[in-house]
Write a protein that binds this ligand. Structure first.
Ligand code: LLP
Length: 408
């Protein structure tokens, strides 16, 4: 089944029936897609000692994390809280890498004490690490390679003006701190950005990291981050994973030879592993024929899937209830008191009140970026795996909304 056909059935389970059973809005994840994506990564990097670290900020549902663990996939976490969730899903610190961005040093200390290896992303943090831990704990460095790539400016993380990582131009300063405190640097890391289609930027940043590696004799790991592009539109060009895997593997193996030791290659995808597995099911509340536009309102909004509003991202939409209906032009909009357009001027099969719509590619940065804006409840989540649909997060209730409020 392609990611874009009109078939409303996942592993034999009818999505409209699922929407009726669990209600809408509903996030639905197809475990078989995650299994397929993991296998693809392993296949294309089979020439290296690859470790996959799922960037779990994309989706922290415990059932998804458990599935990753079952598949032998590690995690990249960015906060102590993500690590606590990882532990609940059965991960140990050794299976998790820790890449905080500008986090409080007290949180970082707690994470290191819990056994995580820090990916240091600033010189002050590296110095703090040295003063506090010296050579008693391993440390990795997140480099900023000064390469601009990514689907839009907001999701580029390696260009010269990005806040992320330590610029490779500061190598002298990095080395001074490392020597001063005798820090054992066991890994170099970089993450270029998200939605990167071409192999070229990945190869470019890999060269920057390989060059930097000559300065660090104790390396065990090179982590090249994530960012592989998947198709959000039916006609999207995506990363040629075969080509990328072959080129990176060849260069990595060459590099290991010149380095004199075999290292682990880590990659850290989020979208590649979970974007396509997820669908957000919503129900049409009202269809408004306005002189300017026809608005199809749905029982969801930027509080549940913010990507279209935040990045102008495209999510393919299907009208599951009327797949043979006449094509008409719609603005698909949410129920939030903001301009929350999911799609503008989109040709869709005629939408009627009550119709169930499917927003594709909602598995990455969907629920994990959701909120309670307008005091709306966040959706329930269902995982379909082994042909069985399982509720893996219940819908919120009013009690959840007020659970943390005090003193009123
Ligand atoms: N590693 C690090 C350190 C990251 O910061 C990220 C994503 C990844 C890996 C995974 O990138 P991916 O493979 O998912 O492209 N919310 C945005 C994407 C922001 C990505 C942030 N960092 C979106 O929905 O497009």
């Amino acid at each position: 089944m392609s990611n874009f056909d009109n078939n409303p059935v996942v592993q034999g389970i009818d999505l409209i029936a699922l929407a009726a059973q669990f209600g809408t809005p509903l996030y639905v994840y197809d475990g078989s897609v995650i299994r397929r994506q993991v296998q693809t990564l392993r296949d294309v990097f089979s020439g290296t000692d690859l470790r996959i670290k799922f960037a779990c900020k994309a989706n922290t549902n415990l059932a998804i994390l458990r599935l990753m663990r079952e598949l032998g996939v590690g995690l990249d976490v960015v906060s102590l809280q993500e690590f606590k969730l990882a532990e609940m899903a059965g991960f140990t610190a050794g299976e998790v890498t820790y890449t905080p961005s500008g986090a409080d040093f007290a949180e970082i200390a707690e994470a290191i004490e819990a056994g995580l290896t820090l990916n240091a992303d600033s010189i002050p943090l590296l110095r703090w690490f040295g003063e506090r831990f010296g050579s008693s704990k391993p440390c990795m460095i997140r480099l900023k390679p000064n390469v601009a790539a990514g689907g839009n400016a907001k999701i580029m993380t390696a260009h010269a003006e990005s806040k992320f990582g330590i610029s490779v131009l500061l190598m002298d300063e990095i080395l001074e701190v490392v020597r001063q405190y005798d820090i054992k640097i066991t890994g170099l890391h970089q993450h270029t950005g998200s939605d990167i289609k071409d192999a070229e930027p990945f190869l470019q940043v890999a060269e920057v990291v390989f060059n930097a590696a000559a300065n660090f004799p104790d390396l065990e790991v090179i982590d090249l981050g994530g960012g592989f592009k998947v198709s959000y539109r039916p006609d999207d060009a995506v990363t040629d994973m075969q080509l990328l895997g072959r080129k990176i593997s060849d260069r990595f193996n060459e590099f290991c030879q010149s380095y004199g030791r075999k290292l682990n290659l880590w990659v850290e995808p989020g979208k590649f592993l979970v974007s396509e597995c997820g669908t957000l099911l919503v129900k049409t509340t009202v269809v408004k024929e306005d002189p300017a536009k026809t608005f199809a309102h749905v029982d969801s909004g930027l509080n549940h899937l913010i990507r279209p509003m935040m990045y102008g991202s495209y999510h393919h939409i299907l009208n599951l209830s009327n797949p043979a209906g006449d094509l008409k032009l719609y603005n698909v909009v949410g129920y939030i008191c903001e301009t929350d357009n999911f799609a503008e001027d989109r040709m869709l099969n005629e939408i009627r009140p009550g119709d169930v719509l499917a927003f594709k590619n909602a598995g990455a940065y969907g629920f994990s970026m959701s909120s309670n804006y307008n005091s709306r409840f966040r959706p329930a989540e269902v995982l379909i795996d082994g042909g069985v649909a399982r509720l893996v997060r219940r819908r919120e209730t009013l009690e959840d909304l007020v659970a943390t409020q005090t003193g009123f």
